[in-house]
Design a protein around this ligand. Structure first.
Ligand SMILES: NC(=O)C1=CN([C@@H]2O[C@H](COP(=O)(O)OP(=O)(O)OC[C@H]3O[C@@H](n4cnc5c(N)ncnc54)[C@H](OP(=O)(O)O)[C@@H]3O)[C@@H](O)[C@H]2O)C=CC1
Ligand SMILES: CC(C)=CCC[C@@H](C)[C@H]1CC[C@H]2C3=C(CC[C@]12C)[C@@]1(C)CCC(=O)C[C@@H]1CC3
Length: 345
């Protein structure tokens, strides 16, 4: 009978390792002595000790090659949340995640850590100190959220102590930090186009923004605490900075830090949400003729005008999670990392 070589517990593959979170994760894993494979649709950098496999995660054969002799897989690939390509989300986040699970089985992987999102419970209305037992959103606000829900369910249901395949889902919220392609660049672009003058609502809504190093820390703790006798098996964990902040104060701090004016004038939430819905509907109807994408999508307006912050008590209890970088320090590091986005550059 063929005996399978037991992979080293410090060999891992990061699917989506060329992306924002994935690359930070890869760098930290290498620092901690892991041997790392990256599987991604693109190769964005080179790093000693890291082997790149370029391919689409829907391609099982290509994926299995990158999982050979690996004991841990981190799955943090996804289409960009702002996309409205429903077919792409279905293919990558759902069919692709099924492929990831099958490839893990074929390659004898023992642990799968999924990057999910706290937004799987967000329906566009207030969430204050939400715990992991909140129900999944019944009416997900966009394709991204809809497919992140199905993806998380697939991964958690695949957890099997009998098969020796353990899974866990990390739910970060509002990740930011150096090299983020979304939050700061979109914010600056909106400011440069003169559209960051208004505060949606009264500006008192609290939100979690989580520094990328803390999200990475949560992933590594999860991988190292995931054992057959641990409470992590088949569970989801919020990972936040544990310092909810007023959405508009956070945005203003980044804008002012980069030399732009903070938004000052208030607009009623219901009015802006209504306009965003109308524009989204018009863009849908006109799509065959002209393509335009409103800056303030209904999702962005909901994120900007409601409370949505989450408890990370479960991660503290089960894996000893504590944020490593406090929010203020994280904002300073982030602002310093974008010299090219400063006003006037
Ligand atoms: N950013 C945030 O605020 C939050 C993110 N998340 C989750 O964190 C994860 C990482 O997000 P983030 O780092 O911001 O995203 P990025 O877009 O920066 O990284 C995702 C990476 O996956 C790659 N990828 C996409 N599709 C495929 C595919 N079919 N096969 C192989 N690779 C693919 C992307 O390539 P390409 O760029 O070419 O598409 C990219 O390199 C995602 O799962 C996201 O849902 C959760 C909560 C908040
Ligand atoms: C109002 C405006 C134009 C703000 C600019 C910043 C936004 C681009 C970000 C503010 C909150 C962010 C956020 C996400 C993407 C970027 C923002 C909308 C996510 C949707 C990314 C993926 C997730 O899983 C949830 C995030 C929530 C917060």
């Amino acid at each position: 009978m063929a005996t399978r070589i037991r992979p080293s517990s410090k060999r891992c593959t990061v699917i989506g390792g060329s992306g924002f979170l994935g690359r930070h994760l890869v760098e930290r894993l290498v620092d901690r002595g892991y041997t790392v494979n990256v599987f991604d649709i693109r190769q964005a950098y080179e790093l000693p000790g890291v082997t790149f496999y370029q391919g689409d995660l829907c391609d099982k054969l290509a994926l299995v090659m990158a999982l050979k002799e690996v004991s841990i897989v981190f799955h943090c690939a996804s289409p960009a949340p702002g996309s409205d390509d429903g077919a792409l989300f279905q293919r990558v986040n759902i069919d692709g995640t099924r492929t990831v699970i099958q490839a893990c089985h074929e390659a004898g992987v023992q642990k799968l850590i999924l990057t999910s999102s706290a937004s799987v419970v967000f329906e566009g209305t207030d969430i204050k100190n939400g715990k992991e037992d909140l129900p999944y959103a019944k009416k997900p606000i966009d394709y991204y959220t809809e497919t992140k829900i199905k993806q998380e369910k697939l991964v958690l249901e695949a957890c099997s102590k009998e098969k020796g395949f353990l899974t866990v889902a990390i739910r970060p919220h509002g990740i930011f930090g150096p090299r983020d392609p979304q939050l700061v660049p979109i914010l600056v672009d909106t400011a440069r186009r003169g559209k960051m003058k208004f505060i949606i609502g009264d500006g008192s809504n609290l939100v979690d923004f989580t520094y990328v190093e803390n999200v990475v820390h949560g992933h590594i703790l999860a991988a190292e605490h995931l054992k057959a006798d641990s409470p992590l098996c088949g569970q989801a964990y919020h990972i936040t900075n544990d310092e909810p902040v007023r959405f508009w104060d956070f945005m203003s701090q980044i804008l002012v830090g980069l030399g732009y004016s903070a938004p000052r004038y208030h607009l009623p939430y219901a009015l802006v949400y209504g306009i965003a819905l109308l524009l989204w509907f018009i863009s849908l109807i006109l799509r065959p003729l002209i393509q335009f994408k409103p800056t303030f999508s209904p999702m962005r307006v909901a994120l900007a005008g409601t409370h949505h912050y989450y408890s990370c008590a479960r991660a503290k209890q089960d894996m000893g999670y504590r944020p490593l970088v406090p929010l203020q320090e994280a904002v300073v590091r982030t602002v310093e990392s974008y010299p090219h986005l400063r006003n006037g550059e």
